[in-house]
Design a protein around this ligand. Structure first.
Ligand code: ATP
Ligand code: MG
Length: 358
C-alpha cells in the first residue's frame, strides 16, 4: 500500500485562487496516474486571512504547515493590505523566514511556444534566500536598513559561511544530477568581503565535488553572458539580491513570467511558488496562465521524491510536465503565450492530456 502524502494549499491573492486550484487539480490527476495519493489541506493566508483571522499569517496556519513537508503557495499582493499589514513582511517572506527556506531554486528552461529570446536555455538558478542585502530577510540585522539622518540611508549586507555552505551544497548536488557545471556569481571585485566570502566558501565546497566543473563571474558580466549564451549555463549559485535580479532576467530570456516556476526549500521542507506576482490587473477574469504554478508543483513533487525516496513522486512530476507540454503542443495556451485559452480551459486540456497518457 502506498503512502498518502499530506500537502498544504495556500491560495493567496489576485490570480492565486485561479492558478492554485488549477495546479492542485493537475497534480491530483498526475498523482492518480502515477499511483500517488495526496491529502490536500487548505489553509488561510493573505488577504482572506486578514478578514477571517485579523492577520495575513495566522498562527494556526504556521502550526499546520509545521506538520507538513510541502505546500503550494499562491502569490500575495501585500501592498493592497490595510496597515499595519502592508508594512509588515509579506506572507511568502514570512513563511520563508519562519521555516528557514534558505534555497530559492528557479529553473529557466526555454518553453516551446513561449516566444523565448533564447530557444535552448536549460539552467537553474539557486539563490540564497536568507542573507545578503535584503533587509527583510536578514537573519542577524533585523531591519537591515536604517537612516542615521533624514538624508542618509544605509543598508547592511550579511554573508555567513554557514548559510553559503548549505546553499552551495544544494547547488552542487543539483549540478551533479544535471550537466555537472556550476557557475558562482558574485561581485568580489567591489563587495570584496561579503561576496568575496560567498565565492571563497562556494569554491571550498567545490573541492567535495571534483566531478562538477566550476567557474565564476561578476554579476555585471554575468548579465551579458546570460543574454548572449544562456544555453551554456547549467546551475548558477548566487546571493540573495543578485539571484533575485538574475532569475528574472533568466526567466524572461527563456520564456515568460507566466511559465517560470520555483520552489523555496530547506533540508526538510519545500514550498512551491510561481516566480510571478499576484497580477491584480488580470485577477478574477479566468485568463491567468497557470503554467508557472503547475510546474512549481511538479518541482515540489520532484523534491519530495528525493526526500521520501519514492519514484512514484518523481513520476508524478514527469506526468505533470508532459501534460503541460502536450496541451501547449496541441495548440492550447493562454493569452500571454499568444493563445486564447482561459485558465480553466487550459487546465482541462492538461487534465485531458494526462488522462490520454501524455
Ligand atoms: P510582485 O511584486 O508581487 O512580484 P510584480 O509587480 O512583479 O508583482 P506581477 O504580479 O508578477 O507583478 O505581474 C507583472 C505583469 O505580468 C502583470 O501585467 C501581470 O498581469 C502579468 N502576469 C503575471 N503573472 C501572470 C500569469 N500567471 N499569467 C498572465 N499574466 C501574468
Ligand atoms: Mg515580481
Amino acid at each position: 500500500m502506498s503512502t498518502t502524502y499530506r500537502l498544504g494549499v495556500l491560495e493567496g491573492d489576485g490570480i492565486g485562487p485561479e492558478i492554485v486550484p488549477s495546479a492542485v487539480e493537475i497534480a491530483t490527476t498526475a498523482g492518480q496516474a502515477a499511483g500517488v495519493a495526496v491529502d490536500w489541506i487548505t489553509l488561510p493566508l493573505g488577504a482572506g486571512a486578514i478578514d477571517s483571522h485579523g492577520t495575513p499569517v495566522p498562527d494556526e496556519t504556521r502550526a499546520a504547515l509545521a506538520e507538513l513537508d510541502g505546500w503550494f503557495l499562491g502569490p500575495h499582493d501585500s501592498v493592497s493590505y490595510p496597515e499595519p499589514h502592508r508594512s509588515a513582511l509579506n506572507p511568502s517572506g514570512t513563511l520563508r523566514k519562519h521555516f528557514r527556506l534558505f534555497a530559492n531554486i528557479r529553473p529557466a528552461k526555454s518553453f516551446p511556444g513561449a516566444r523565448a529570446v533564447c530557444e535552448n536555455a536549460d539552467l537553474v538558478i539557486v539563490r540564497e534566500n536568507t542573507e545578503g542585502f535584503y533587509a527583510d530577510r536578514n537573519t542577524f540585522a533585523g531591519t537591515g536598513e536604517f537612516m542615521p539622518t533624514p538624508d542618509t540611508a544605509i543598508a547592511m549586507g550579511i554573508i555567513t559561511r554557514e548559510a553559503t555552505e548549505r546553499v552551495a551544497r544544494v547547488a552542487f548536488d543539483l549540478a551533479r544530477s544535471r550537466r555537472k557545471k556550476l557557475t558562482i556569481v558574485h561581485k568580489a571585485n567591489v563587495l570584496k568581503l561579503t561576496t568575496g566570502l560567498f565565492r571563497t566558501v562556494c569554491q571550498e565546497v567545490a573541492a567535495e565535488y571534483p566531478d562538477v566543473t566550476v567557474d565564476d563571474f561578476h554579476i555585471d558580466a554575468m548579465t551579458v553572458h546570460l543574454v548572449r549564451r544562456a544555453q551554456d549555463f547549467d546551475v548558477i549559485v548566487t546571493e540573495n539580491m543578485m539571484g533575485d535580479i538574475l532569475s528574472d532576467l533568466a526567466g524572461e530570456i527563456s520564456g515568460s513570467l507566466g511559465t517560470a516556476p520555483s520552489i523555496n526549500a530547506s533540508a526538510d521542507r519545500a514550498m512551491a511558488q510561481a516566480s510571478h506576482g499576484s497580477a491584480p490587473d488580470i485577477a478574477g477574469r479566468d485568463i491567468a496562465n497557470p503554467v508557472a504554478m503547475i510546474l512549481s508543483g511538479a518541482m515540489l513533487f520532484e523534491w519530495l521524491a528525493a526526500r521520501h525516496e519514492d519514484p512514484a513522486l518523481a513520476r508524478t512530476a514527469r506526468i505533470v510536465e508532459a501534460g503541460v507540454a502536450a496541451a501547449i503542443a496541441a495548440g492550447t495556451s493562454t493569452r500571454d503565450l499568444g493563445g486564447s485559452a482561459t485558465t480553466t480551459g487550459f487546465t482541462a486540456a492538461v487534465v485531458e492530456a494526462i488522462k490520454a497518457g501524455a
